[in-house]
Design a protein around this ligand. Structure first.
Ligand code: DX5
Ligand code: ZN
Length: 232
């Protein structure tokens, strides 16, 4: 089984006035995935960026662009993000009237698909759609804002999700990624990995810790995340 750890900086906490440079720097600093938070001021009480910005950053990087849709409804906007260069599109079950259909729409648009679970949303939504899912994303904060505190109950939920993924892998040989999003930093990333996550979103912990003395601005902070992961 694949035991790779992936770090996914959330550009929500980047400097939007120089977004292209921020993405180049953060990937060169040793991260893997661009986490792209889409908020609609309806499903969540905040408003961020859409397909136009995804299209603009696509030529800047070869890294995977992981689009996290915090919007309702989701179906109209999914093909737009696929055309704009997204590689993974995840959405919240509460954002879709027909979850199976929306997952298929993501796949049919050419992207990897995933479901996102808020802290209080049960994992039961997975039970009949595992074959349509490439990534499970557990929110460790309530969605809408960067810079919140990690909710510890997420560790129990991660263990349950990891069991489901491993059981599915035993049966099918297909690997599903387990991503965690919210309040991740160098102090808690190791116990989050021990609970079963393999893909770690970090916004404020990375973009809030840039250093002008680092060649790519974020080398030191990314190194400290990797050092914590190495203890797992
Ligand atoms: C919250 C977003 C997160 C957020 C994480 O709704 O989905 O991706 O940017 O930010 P930090 O790492 O600062 O909690
Ligand atoms: Zn996110």
């Amino acid at each position: 089984m694949d035991k790779t750890f992936r770090i996914a900086p959330s550009i929500l906490s980047a400097n939007f006035a120089k977004l292209g440079q921020e993405i180049t720097d953060v990937i060169k600093s040793g991260t893997d995935i661009v986490h792209f938070d889409v908020m609609d001021n309806h499903y969540v009480p905040n408003l961020t960026i859409g397909p136009l910005v995804c299209e603009a950053i696509r030529p800047v990087t070869d890294a995977i662009i992981d689009v996290h849709l915090m919007v309702k409804p989701v179906d109209r906007i999914i093909p737009d993000f696929a055309k704009a260069g997204a590689n993974i599109i995840t959405f919240h079950p509460e954002g879709s009237e027909h979850i199976d259909r929306s997952l298929s729409l993501v796949r049919d648009s050419g992207c990897k698909s995933g479901l996102v679970f808020n802290p209080a949303t049960p994992l039961d939504y997975l039970d009949h759609v595992m074959d349509k899912i490439d990534m499970i994303l557990l929110m460790s904060v309530n969605p809408g804002f960067g810079g919140q505190k990690f909710i510890p109950e997420t560790l129990n939920k991660l263990r349950i999700a990891r069991q489901k993924i491993d059981a599915y892998y035993e049966k099918t040989g297909r690997q599903i990624w387990l991503e965690v999003d919210g309040g991740v930093n160098a102090n808690n990333i190791a116990e989050i990995a021990k609970a079963g996550a393999d893909t770690f979103v970090a916004g404020s912990a990375i973009f809030g810790a840039g250093k002008d003395t680092d060649p790519n601005h974020y080398d030191t902070v990314v190194k400290s995340l990797r050092a914590s992961l190495a203890t797992v």
